[in-house]
Design a protein around this ligand. Sequence first.
Ligand SMILES: Cc1cc2nc3c(=O)[nH]c(=O)nc-3n(C[C@H](O)[C@H](O)[C@H](O)COP(=O)(O)O)c2cc1C
Length: 187
Amino acid sequence: MIVILAITGASGAVYGFRLLEKLHEAKADVRVIVSRTGLQILQEETGFGEKELAKFGKVYRDYDLKAPMASGSYLFDAMVVAPCSMKTLGCIANGISSSLVTRAADVALKEGRKLILVIRETPLNIVHIRNMLSVAEAGAVVMPACPGFYHKPKTLEGLVDHLVGKVLDQLGIKHSLYRRWDGIAKT
Ligand SMILES: Cc1cc2nc3c(=O)[nH]c(=O)nc-3n(C[C@H](O)[C@H](O)[C@H](O)COP(=O)(O)O)c2cc1C
């Protein structure tokens, strides 16, 4: 399974990095694209940079429009943008394919492939909400970076893993990153 993972300039770079680790573990063939601000925030929030991303495979920069995933003829199975900034969401929603992230997302939509956007912003303005509606109508899955608590996470990693597990669920990849809800525990 070929998965394009894009890391853009929203807070929550850890979601993208953890997802990369788990996709790699699941033996997915992952191609990473990182935007300029995405890389800055990854470094700021996690201490990881391009070197750490490259341990999992080839890393493409957002300006590299000659990269394979800029073409519909390149057969990838799914694309995840995690985290996805409001700027990237806005570009995808409006067909502005001026970067590799937004062009690859445009390709995913036009070719009918899975596109998952792990958006992160709060509060949301009406433009963000309209853009979410547009991408959802176009076939994307909008997954706000808002972890649940029903699995009773004890650590920050537990919270991150809930969201990452939900993305893996969307991709049809088996995992045990969080305990699934099976009803209220009897006392
Ligand atoms: C430290 C930092 C945190 C940011 N967090 C967010 C965020 O959570 N959500 C968002 O939509 N934009 C956020 N931004 C703004 C985006 O990085 C900015 O709009 C940028 O142009 C996004 O470009 P990109 O999507 O190509 O990476 C943040 C910027 C910085 C410097």
